[in-house]
Design a protein around this ligand. Structure first.
Ligand code: ES4
Ligand code: ZN
Length: 353
């Protein structure tokens, strides 16, 4: 039988919860800052000391959005997406549903031109990175536009209006940023608008907020996916609802560890929720910040939770089911995963090893 590490590293899967802005690595930010001839203001390098933990979500997000200030031109956005998808390909992560936060960019001014960065610059750049990565590595990527919940409903509606000419490039609408005090219902109208435009919707809920925010995502926003959802463990009826309706939960263990939602990886409820029958997936969230890309997250979590190869197989299978891939893409991905799983269980593999 194949060992757990080899299985995690090799299994074909999807990532369904990762933020474009959270894939910006220090060295890449430095490179882009230098070619744009701007100064890099990144308190973040200090924050990456081993063992450093952020004290709250907003405490993490403030420098996180500041780090984006190096991204000025279409090509900057293109390069970040391209380099990330190259890494996904190297880890056999064949498809990614990627969040991006237009409001973190369209509020900024290019210091070299004095002009605002436009929605078009952001999305055309990211699209180009996705197209080039597809050509060079065969990976695919869909874009999920996120609303920043710490801003107002008016800001959200204005952002959505700017997205309208580009809806053909946007697969779904999401909600992220600091959860506490910003319940999903605050954005009921913009989410209704997105659904009227034919977009599926989802929200970060129950990451640091209560189980009630998960209910609101389902019932008020009419979300079909819950991002994080850790707090569902506090509400038995909600767990049963999520299981019976097979609502995907896109969980991010290393993120919750770094943001002190949990104190140790062993406490993260992914193994427990898997056993309960929920459609859970594991994801990296902000890989440049939380200490690992998807396969690193999978291995660290599997070790801490004593997960089996079958558990990893389930998580990988769920990742295909939770993705916005076409049915044909899902069937092909799951067939490849099934072949890999059968190979992993072959007794001869132990003999060879
Ligand atoms: C995020 Cl960890 C986390 N939570 C909420 N919003 C986010 N945006 C980027 N990372
Ligand atoms: Zn997230």
């Amino acid at each position: 039988m194949m060992d757990l590490h080899t299985f995690c590293r090799g299994c074909p899967m999807c990532e369904v919860h990762v933020h474009f802005e959270g894939t910006l690595e220090d060295n890449q930010a430095e490179l882009i800052a230098s070619r744009n001839d701007i100064k890099l203001t990144r308190p973040r390098i200090l924050d990456m000391r081993p063992g450093f933990q952020y004290s709250s979500l907003q405490d993490f997000l403030d420098p996180y959005y500041e780090a984006c200030s190096v991204l000025l031109y279409e090509n900057d956005f293109r390069d970040v997406a391209y380099e990330f998808l190259k890494k996904q390909s190297a880890g056999n992560v064949r498809h990614t549903d990627m969040f991006f936060d237009p409001q973190a960019h369209i509020s900024r001014t290019n210091p070299r031109t004095g002009r605002k960065i436009t929605f078009g610059t952001v999305i055309r750049g990211i699209r180009k990175g996705i197209k080039d990565a597809n050509r060079d590595f065969g990976v695919t990527c869909n874009l999920v536009m996120c609303i920043l919940r710490h801003l107002t409903e008016k800001d959200a509606l204005e952002c959505f209006a700017q997205a309208v000419p580009y809806l053909k490039w946007i697969t779904a609408l999401g909600l992220d940023s600091g959860e506490r005090g910003n319940p999903p219902r605050k954005f009921k109208r913009v989410f209704a608008l997105a659904r009227a435009c034919g977009l599926p919707v989802r929200a970060h809920a129950g990451e640091e907020g209560p189980a009630a925010y998960i209910w609101q995502t389902l019932k008020v926003l009419k979300g079909t996916i819950i991002d994080h959802g850790v707090a569902c463990v506090d509400d038995e009826a909600l767990m049963v609802y999520l299981r019976d309706n097979q609502i995907p939960l896109t969980m991010c263990s290393l993120s919750s560890l770094r943001l002190r939602v949990i104190n140790t990886l062993a406490q993260y409820p992914v193994g427990r929720l898997l056993l309960f029958g929920l459609l859970v997936t594991l994801n990296s969230d902000d890989p440049a910040y939380f200490g690992g890309y998807l396969k690193d997250v999978l291995i660290a979590t599997a070790e801490a939770q004593n997960l089996t190869i079958h558990d990893i197989y389930k998580l990988a299978r769920n990742s295909w089911l939770a993705s916005y891939c076409t049915d044909a893409q899902k069937s092909a991905g799951i067939a490849d995963l099934d072949d890999f799983y059968k190979l992993a269980l072959t007794p001869a593999l132990t003999a060879v090893a």
